[in-house]
Ligand binder design. Structure first.
Ligand SMILES: *Cc1c(COP(=O)(O)O)cnc(C)c1O
Length: 356
């Protein structure tokens, strides 16, 4: 299938900020977007690149009522020698395909989407920033567009990909985060859609997130929905605990998002010879091992920040300081290893990087 291209006219060009220290996250969008439609007769058709702009949707479109959708998040990185790399992009497309399955969205042609993404990135190549730590965030999204108010899978969909330059997460070195353990709300239940990257999982977390913000914490740590004992994940990141004798992350048991950063860290940790364990872990174990002085580091993992060390866990009205609160050697080491691969600074023995 041919990808039609409709380039933005020069007078309609969006302004790319000159100062890359002020990019922030998710605010600025590039000039173009990839789009493709689905209906029952034609299935996926009309792949195209268009100027970035508003969508034309009916107020009755299914997505707006029942959140039948799936999304992804990945980045393009510019190396010092001006090459552009993606990090494990095919794993993002596979995960989106699993989300589609969970959300009754028809499977899409992965190779065509991959080619569409390449064309989009080539067209907006100038938008990929070059200052250290900056990148181009890529957001694929599939939404149910049929104008029908009734609860059943939509017969029409729109697949689109938008991109935008994002700033360095740690322009002045690692900044540890303080996290509140959420004891009232939960993010996902067994049998729910917690392992799918789908809109409905996020709107419901805002309340806990706001409570945490108002108390001075930047993120929420979610516990399991049934007993509020087992650690799940943090905001839009997975979580790791480094004890004296092992590195632990909760297993993928249906309620947490299978992070690609998480998976990469597990691989690196094993290669570093660490005792890497995917096992259930309770908040009680975490607190008691902090109190026993056995917790060396806690960190979160995700595409946006790669790794965020945690300085404080707040649970049951008490602050629990992690490690010495100053140095995070393992977090730093894994961060340096991963970003060096992403930015094309070292060999990539795992085949994670794709040059475009
Ligand atoms: C996207 C996401 C992650 C991290 O996944 P990565 O592939 O590492 O970016 C973790 N948890 C949630 C809830 C997410 O949405």
């Amino acid at each position: 299938m041919n990808i039609t291209k409709n380039k933005v006219s020069p007078c309609m060009h969006r302004r790319k900020p000159d100062d890359e220290t002020k990019l922030g996250f998710g605010v600025i969008m590039s000039n173009h977007m990839f789009m493709m439609d689905y209906n029952l007769n034609q299935e996926w058709h009309n792949p195209r690149i268009e100027p970035y702009g508003p969508l034309h949707l009916y107020p009755s479109a299914a997505i707006l009522h029942y959140a039948q959708e799936g999304f992804e998040g990945l980045k393009a990185y510019r190396s010092k020698s001006d090459e552009i790399y993606l990090f494990r992009p095919k794993d993002n497309l596979k995960r989106l395909s699993r989300t589609c399955d969970r959300m009754c969205i028809p499977q899409y042609p992965q190779e065509l989407i991959y080619n569409g993404l390449m064309e989009l990135l080539n067209m907006d190549r100038d938008w990929i920033p070059s200052s250290p730590g900056t990148s181009l965030y890529i957001r694929p999204n599939i939404i149910a567009t049929e104008a029908f108010i009734g609860v059943r899978p939509s017969n029409e969909y729109l697949f689109y990909i938008i991109t935008g330059p994002v700033g360095a997460y740690y322009p002045e070195g690692f900044a540890p985060v303080k996290i509140m353990v959420e004891n009232i709300y939960s993010r996902a239940a067994h049998g729910g859609a917690g392992e799918a990257k789908t809109a409905g999982n996020y709107g419901t977390t805002l309340k806990g997130q706001m409570d945490a913000h108002n108390k001075g914490f930047s993120q929420v740590l979610w516990l399991d929905s049934k007993e509020h004992r087992y650690i799940e994940e943090v905001g839009t990141t997975n979580i790791f605990f480094k004890f004296k004798d092992e590195l632990v992350t909760p297993p993928l048991a249906g309620t947490i998002l299978p992070g690609i950063t998480r998976d990469s860290i597990i691989t690196l940790a094993k290669d570093l010879g660490l005792n890497m364990q995917e096992r259930t872990i309770t908040i009680d174990e975490v607190v008691s091992r902090i109190q026993a002085g056995e917790m060396e580091e806690v960190f979160c993992s995700g595409t946006a920040a790669v790794i965020s060390p945690v300085s404080v866990l707040h649970y049951d009205d008490q602050d629990h300081g992690v490690g010495n609160g100053k140095e995070y050697p393992l977090s730093q080491k894994l961060f340096d290893m991963l970003t060096a691969i992403q930015f094309g600074e070292v060999e990539d023995p795992y085949g994670w990087r794709e040059k475009i």
